[in-house]
Design a protein around this ligand. Structure first.
Ligand SMILES: NC(=O)c1ccc[n+]([C@@H]2O[C@H](COP(=O)([O-])OP(=O)(O)OC[C@H]3O[C@@H](n4cnc5c(N)ncnc54)[C@H](O)[C@@H]3O)[C@@H](O)[C@H]2O)c1
Length: 338
């Protein structure tokens, strides 16, 4: 496939670009290089003839319309502002990138498809990489299915839900081939050290306290980033585009406190590094995802066992201190857990 990947210098996007090149796809990566976008994340493939980087904003209509043309089979939209705490401090960039940026991409794909049609070309498909956070919070029982109502509780998840609805409306109104994936929390290499797992690892490595929100019993369903990338590639390669939603989950529910203590155990650091801090407002208590649909339809299931994935991730941060030390020094205000 010939893919336009947006946000491919961030955590999941860079893992996806690397995975796609290994699967012999050609990738154009369009990224604005915000604080979360890092060219080093793809330093190993930047010279590959199958890869090209464009620096730019997904909300820039002229650039996007110039970039999306008949030489692309699918657009995979990872580009986003992605950190809940930042969205609580300042929602505006979340609306600009996550909502207006997605709309700009949808409009450009629609325009390119009308041109393709007049030349008997195949339509470009649009894959919107979304999140289980659009469903809001669960009680102690049950899982989100694709039919669960959207009930976002913070500006980040609200902006992602808005983008999902816009993408679905482009399918229903204009027949645009759209697919939405909603994945639970990812972990793995190249995750910016403001998010729970890399924050806990890098704080522990520096022997500084690991902040834990509230009672520490907030629960997330963890998926290794490689499993997520494999799912998205399967969705993109399936050729589907009929306005469907696929949930992606890991079957690995863990509380924040379990995650942080597990990391301290792997690093042989004392539990006294845990520091309970004031809770985040609007904090969702629990997320859990039913991934039965993507299993039935595409045969996808998570493969990475959580304990092995966490050990491997801790090992990656230990080996790649140079990658995270500079990032961590420049971002002192975002030291809380997600
Ligand atoms: N991290 C998770 O656990 C998780 C889980 C489910 C879904 N998602 C979704 O996956 C996607 C990627 O998440 P991530 O954790 O890799 O995010 P990230 O913050 O690590 O990376 C985001 C990337 O998007 C780029 N970007 C931001 N604004 C842009 C713009 N206007 N134009 C072009 N590029 C822009 C950044 O430079 C960065 O490279 C997001 O859409 C997020 O909502 C993330």
């Amino acid at each position: 496939m010939r893919l336009l990947v947006t946000g491919g210098l961030g955590f999941i996007g860079s893992n996806f670009v690397r995975y796609s090149i290994k699967k012999n796809h050609r990738v154009v990566n369009l990224d604005m290089l915000t604080y979360a976008g890092n060219p080093e994340n793809l330093g190993d493939i930047e010279c590959s003839p199958a890869y090209r980087l464009i620096r730019g904003d997904i909300a820039d209509t002229r650039l996007i319309e110039k970039t999306i043309g008949p030489d692309i089979d699918a657009v995979v939209n990872f580009a986003a502002e992605s950190h809940v705490d930042r969205s609580i401090s300042d929602p505006a960039p979340f609306i600009k990138t996550n909502v207006l940026g997605t709309q700009t991409l949808l409009k450009a794909v629609l325009k390119a498809n009308l041109l393709n049609k007049s030349r008997q070309g195949s339509p470009i498909r649009f894959i919107q990489v979304s999140t289980d956070e659009v469903y809001g919070s669960l009680g102690t029982e049950g899982c989100f299915t694709e039919e669960s109502p959207l009930s976002p509780n913070n500006p980040y998840s609200a902006s992602k839900a808005a983008a999902d609805l816009l993408a679905l409306s482009y399918h229903r109104t204009y027949g645009l081939p759209v697919i939405i994936t909603r994945c639970s929390n990812n972990y793995g290499p190249y995750q910016y050290p403001e998010k729970l797992i890399p924050l806990a690892i890098t704080n522990a490595l520096r022997d500084i306290p690991i902040p834990i929100y509230g009672d520490g019993l907030y629960t997330r369903d963890w998926v290794h980033v490689q499993d997520h990338c494999r799912a998205i590639e399967m969705v993109a390669a399936s050729g589907a585009g009929d306005g469907e939603v696929f949930n992606i989950g890991g079957g690995n529910e863990r509380t924040n406190i379990e995650i942080a203590t597990g990391i301290l155990r792997i690093l042989n650091k004392p539990l006294t590094l845990l520091r309970f801090v004031e809770d985040r407002s609007g904090h969702d208590r629990r997320y859990a995802v039913n991934y039965g649909k993507i299993l039935d339809r595409l045969g996808w299931r998570p493969e990475m066992p959580f304990s092995a994935g966490l050990e491997e991730t801790v090992g990656w941060y230990v080996k790649n201190a140079r990658w995270w030390e500079g990032l961590k020094n420049r971002e002192r205000q975002y030291q809380a857990l997600n």
